[in-house]
Design a protein around this ligand. Structure first.
Ligand SMILES: [Zn+2]
Length: 266
């Protein structure tokens, strides 16, 4: 099983990080992908990777990116004029390294960070350029910015761009637009929520474009909703996806693992 999106390096886990990883191993998770949110994430991801080093039963993979909700704060550190070039050189420092399996997370968030719309778009453009130059998948966040995000993907798609729309919770039509633009959809705890309507949309999407994620520590699946999320909760998401497609737990695991492993070259 592969958790393609988990911020397990955050201080939320500082009291039980090894136990949390142990529970993931016990569930059968073999890879956890960690999207960075800002420059502080690097040291945090290195620490957790170091703590877990020497164990071969699970692989922790860092990714490099500036979360859209962190763009404004980072501009205040890097400076109004210099920030785009500082962002580019920071991304380039890590993006080419073998252990960094993706570019993200980046994207747009018009719910929490409406005031930095233009800067988020410039940041997203810079991430796309790095993803293209390194041929690595890009990890996209979306909140109330669907059309702008789809437009950005279309603008950058030159036939080689690949990536994932993480924590997909849109309509069937929106999902198909992303798929037609060459993207995968990250499926998380939201499909277990009643009345979200997301499960019905996902059920119609091509199974070979779907990958699993927890988005830990956020978005715990039902019946753990409201609690801190962690990779060991991924089985609730996997089980629900299997039910929607009429596949056994083994079949859905094999299918989503294959897709994720190929997308991120694991
Ligand atoms: Zn995330």
């Amino acid at each position: 099983m592969i958790d393609t999106h988990a911020h397990i390096y955050l201080p939320d886990y500082s009291n039980d990080v090894l136990a949390m990883i142990g529970r993931a191993i016990d569930l059968g998770i073999r890879h956890i992908l960690m999207p960075a949110i800002n420059p502080d994430s690097i040291a945090q991801m290195e620490t957790i990777t170091y703590l877990n080093s020497g164990k071969n039963d699970i692989n922790l993979h860092p990714m490099i990116g500036l979360h859209p909700c962190e763009v404004k704060e980072q501009i205040s550190i890097w400076g109004e004029q210099l920030w785009p070039s500082k962002l580019e050189s920071w991304l380039l420092e890590f993006a080419g390294l073998n252990q960094y399996v993706g570019i993200g997370e980046t994207g747009l968030d018009y719910y929490w960070s409406m005031e930095s719309k233009e800067e988020q778009m410039l940041s997203l453009d810079i991430h796309f350029e790095i993803a293209k130059s390194t041929n690595k998948p890009i990890v996209l966040h979306n909140r109330e910015s669907t059309q702008d995000l789809l437009d950005a993907i279309a603008r950058h798609q030159n036939g080689s761009v690949k990536g994932v729309w993480h924590c997909f919770n849109g309509t069937y039509e929106e999902g198909m637009k992303a798929v037609d633009l060459g993207f995968h959809l990250g499926i998380g705890g939201v499909i277990t929520f009643k009345n979200a309507g997301v499960a019905e949309a996902i059920q119609q999407l091509p199974i070979n474009k779907l990958i699993l994620e927890t988005d830990s520590p956020y978005l715990s699946p039902t019946p753990l909703r409201g609690k801190r999320n962690e990779p060991a909760h991924l089985d609730h998401v996997q089980k629900k996806l299997g039910e929607l497609f009429g596949l056994s737990q083994q079949e859905i695991e094999a299918q989503t693992d294959r897709t994720a492993a190929k997308l991120f070259s694991l």
